[in-house]
Design a binder for this molecule. Structure first.
Ligand SMILES: Cc1cc2nc3c(=O)[nH]c(=O)nc-3n(C[C@H](O)[C@H](O)[C@H](O)COP(=O)(O)OP(=O)(O)OC[C@H]3O[C@@H](n4cnc5c(N)ncnc54)[C@H](O)[C@@H]3O)c2cc1C
Ligand code: SF4
Ligand code: SF4
Length: 397
């Protein structure tokens, strides 16, 4: 069993560990530190003690996990009503590279209902094997049942790497699975590579507001788990000639769920999904007033695109968070991104700079957005937008 104890003979009563504990799980008694019941075994206090008076023992069975028993790269194949999310294909593209370096198989895990079409697509996009859990009760995503099933599968088949999309579902599922398996998880990775010597996964992601890139490893636990935002990795070209093994594993499907999905309502703004859209028209504080989002919406509609937004407009309550593009919003990579009255702060650029063509409209010719823009229009967005709408309407009529 994991455990922590204070070595009384070494404890000087300096109280440094009390300050280091983020959970308030330590107190002083008779001038010695005492660990309370709410200790999470996070280990933060251990390094704070200058007298080596805190001993943290890892669970031997976990530390001594036979890592060589874990083989294969898995992708959680996200889908809604049988339609695969494009991030699943992107993860298969990246997973293919990792699996080839490790000389192992690339597997997709598909949980849902009526999955025939989704299975075919996963094979076309590079899966060697598809684990398919097809059951009517799994039609709607549910944290509880999906986590339980995923954990059962990992325990049974022991993959060494698990990749999930940093989507609404993936961000909810991945930490639950990681926590149940007592393994590590790196969120929002922008780069994945195999260490040539150690053969472990190098998971790179921006840290400290994008000012540095951190490479994170999970050396002692399996599987190594990462989430990756949509549009960050590239899918392979689909190949109709590919074949794969389709496995329908026997798992117990949880029936008595505490959360039951009664109805699913699609948000109007998700009619054209931001992360899937080829064209995005995004509004920033420069549009001046929430009602001017009508112009952004109109141009997006004419171009069959989606509406994006900067955080400033979301924070101001002009538009819902689901539209936010950037470091703390969505990462997008459309063919065309039109930034209207957006300054181009680093946190916004983090979510859209991989767009194929960026068109910026800003009245300030020095605005940083112009540094990444393919085309720039210096002018008042409220004058430029109606002209663009009129022109595109005529051209596309
Ligand atoms: C930890 C952290 C995370 C963040 N995450 C995000 C994120 O995910 N996404 C995000 O967008 N931001 C994010 N931000 C905020 C970011 O730093 C900026 O504050 C934000 O992007 C600014 O939004 P904006 O460009 O709309 O507004 P502003 O910076 O105010 O820019 C408005 C622009 O509009 C131009 N303008 C004004 N009037 C007109 C006009 N009439 N016509 C044309 N142009 C005009 C101005 O010249 C200016 O360039 C984050 C910040 C932090 C600290
Ligand atoms: S930091 Fe170490 S020496 Fe100081 S009170 Fe805590 S356990 Fe004792
Ligand atoms: S292990 Fe973490 S939670 Fe437990 S006492 Fe130390 S700092 Fe607090």
């Amino acid at each position: 069993m994991s455990g922590i104890k204070i070595l009384i003979e070494k404890c000087t009563g300096c109280k440094l560990c009390l300050k280091a504990c983020p959970f308030g799980a330590m107190k002083m008694e008779d001038k010695k530190a005492v660990i309370l019941e709410n200790c999470t075994l996070c280990g933060a206090c251990v390094s704070s003690c200058k007298f080596d008076a805190i001993e943290l023992k890892e669970d031997k069975s976990e530390a001594g996990q036979d890592l060589s028993a874990f083989r294969g790269v898995w992708v959680f194949a996200e889908q809604k009503y049988g339609n695969s999310a494009s991030v699943s294909f992107e993860l298969l593209g990246e997973g293919r590279k990792l699996a080839d370096v490790l000389n192992t198989e690339l597997c997709a895990v598909l949980i849902g209902s009526s999955l025939e079409q989704a299975v075919k697509e996963l094979v076309r996009y590079g899966a060697d094997k598809v684990y398919k859990i097809d059951n009517e009760s799994l039609e709607d995503y549910n944290d509880e049942s999906y986590t339980d099933i995923f954990v059962q599968l990992v325990n049974k088949y022991k993959p060494e790497i698990v990749l999930m999309g940093a989507t609404t579902y993936g961000r909810s599922l991945a930490p639950r699975v990681a926590s149940r398996l007592n393994t590590g998880l790196t969120a929002d990775c922008t780069g994945l590579k195999i260490d040539p010597e150690e053969k472990i996964l190098l998971q790179t992601r921006p840290a400290f507001g994008g000012n540095l890139m951190a490479t994170i490893i999970c050396p002692d636990h399996r599987p190594q788990m990462s989430t990756v935002r949509p549009k960050v990795m590239k899918a392979l070209e689909p190949d109709d000639s590919r074949t794969a093994e389709i496995v329908a594993p026997g798992v117990s499907i949880p029936a008595d769920l505490s959360v039951k999905v009664k109805n699913v309502v699609s948000n109007l703004c998700e009619m054209v999904s931001l992360t899937e859209a080829d064209v995005i028209v995004s509004g920033g504080r420069g549009i001046g007033d929430p009602k001017n989002f009508a112009l952004i919406e109109e141009l997006a509609k004419v171009l069959n695109g989606a509406v994006g937004a900067s955080r400033a407009t979301v924070d101001a309550g002009w538009i819902e968070y689901s539209h936010q593009v950037g470091q703390t919003g969505k990462t997008v990579g459309p063919k065309v991104y039109i930034a209207c009255g957006i300054s181009g702060a680093i946190q916004h650029l983090a979510g859209m700079s991989s767009s194929d063509t960026i068109i910026a409209i800003n009245k300030n010719a020095e605005a940083p957005i112009f540094k990444v823009a393919t085309y720039g229009i210096v002018g008042d967005v409220l004058e430029v937008l109606p002209k663009l709408i009129k022109e595109f309407k005529q051209k596309l009529a």
